[in-house]
Design a protein around this ligand. Structure first.
Ligand SMILES: Cc1ncc(COP(=O)(O)O)c(C=O)c1O
Length: 376
């Protein structure tokens, strides 16, 4: 072994031995999709593709954005898209990022300052945690959806306080208690920041998310929306008040020091929301499929996993069991991915089943039948 690679080789070998070494694989398109985040089928929509391409042709913009938004990368298309998004989400202002990862990194690394406190749900996505780690503020997890633990930590917090959560948890499919979190934030004068990665497009009027659906926009300080999941494209934005957006433009390194998204990305964002507005059936089909899945599944699940989000979870405990069950489902034609530790905690390894508007009733019934016979 080359001496230079000794350390990383040992670490990779450890993963191989534990059965959790990651590798890049191609998706088998012949399998029925129960694993992608394409909840509304917009990524495979020929209608949306045509709409994006015809607008791209019509506007005929530059291929690339040519620079950071603060240099040559800004455009009327970018600012118009952001105004439309702000209006849709019910905020004063909005700023597009290259991805949800950089949007959260950009927000949490710069707004909370030295002497401030970030309290984040322990099951928050890696990018909320990484952003908090980059910040000079003190950061601390609270137990998942546990308001008592959060309140205990709020009492100990210093400076300006930020509370971070996800509207729908990506690996669990359950919801944050948003109304109660708003009340607690008000009581302690904290700023609630909600990541809507798995609720953008699925909930709210015209896909405006769960915060808007629950009428909480005024109480939620900032919301992060992503477009790579139900919206079927790519990118993300932070929605908040104008001062927060100005602050990010001035101080957020993941926003400033990167090439702006191309015009194609902005056109795709505009058209995806337009398409969704004109096709409300997508969201209702998805909701019907979620109801059917939950009605028919007989596998015992703790109450917190009985969710009406598109993400359904069955805990298998152990990487091997999760992998074997996923393989058995593949043999009968279904793409259901195992989520292994260390992505989730040891003992909480699972099958993550993503339901879509395009899954037929027959496909859902066959999957449920497979799960019932393998796991009951
Ligand atoms: C909750 C949550 N936030 C943020 C992200 C990152 O978004 P993106 O994939 O657009 O970088 C994800 C994606 O996995 C997510 O699940």
């Amino acid at each position: 072994m080359d001496k230079k690679n000794l350390k990383i080789d040992q670490q990779l070998n450890k993963r191989t031995l534990l059965g959790n070494k990651r590798s890049l694989t191609l998706t088998d398109e012949k399998l029925v999709d129960f694993s992608s985040n394409d909840y509304l089928g917009l990524s495979r929509s020929e209608g949306l593709k045509t709409q994006i391409l015809s607008n791209y042709e019509k506007l005929s913009p530059k291929n690339g954005s040519t620079g950071s938004r603060l240099l040559t990368g800004n455009s009327l298309l970018a600012t118009q898209t952001e105004s439309e998004l702000a209006k849709l989400f019910g905020y004063n202002a909005c700023l597009v990022f290259n991805s949800g990862y950089t949007a959260n990194l950009g927000f949490f690394s710069c707004l909370p300052q030295r002497g401030d406190t970030i309290l984040y749900d322990e099951l928050s996505h890696a990018c909320i945690k990484d952003g908090s780690r980059l910040s000079l503020a003190k950061s601390m997890p609270f137990k998942h959806n546990d308001l008592e633990d959060l309140e205990r930590k709020l009492k100990l917090s210093e400076g300006e306080i930020y509370i971070a959560c996800e509207a729908v948890y990506s690996m669990d499919g359950d919801f944050a208690p948003l109304k109660k979190l708003c009340l607690l934030s008000e009581k302690y004068n904290a700023k609630l920041v909600v990541d809507e990665a798995h609720s953008t497009g699925v909930f709210g009027n015209n896909g405006s998310g769960l915060v808007a659906e629950l009428g909480l926009t005024e109480q939620v300080y900032a919301t992060i929306f992503t477009f790579g999941k139900a919206m079927g494209i790519h990118g993300a934005c932070v929605a908040s008040n104008q001062m927060v957006i100005d602050y990010i433009i001035n101080y957020s390194r993941p926003f400033i020091y990167t090439t702006a998204p191309s015009s194609f990305e902005f056109i795709a964002i505009q058209q995806a929301f337009k398409f969704l507005k004109n096709t409300p059936k997508l969201a209702t089909d998805l909701k019907e499929n979620i109801t059917l899945f939950n009605q028919e599944l007989k596998v015992q699940r703790p109450a917190r996993y009985l969710s009406n989000s598109a993400v359904q979870v069955i805990i298998t405990s152990g990487n091997q069991k999760a992998k074997t069950t996923s393989k058995q489902l593949e043999e009968i034609g279904f793409d259901v991915r195992p989520i292994l530790s260390p992505t989730v905690r040891e003992g909480e390894e699972r099958l993550r089943i993503c339901l879509h508007s395009f899954n037929s009733k027959k496909e859902i019934m066959s999957l449920v039948h497979g799960l019932n016979s393998l796991l009951c």
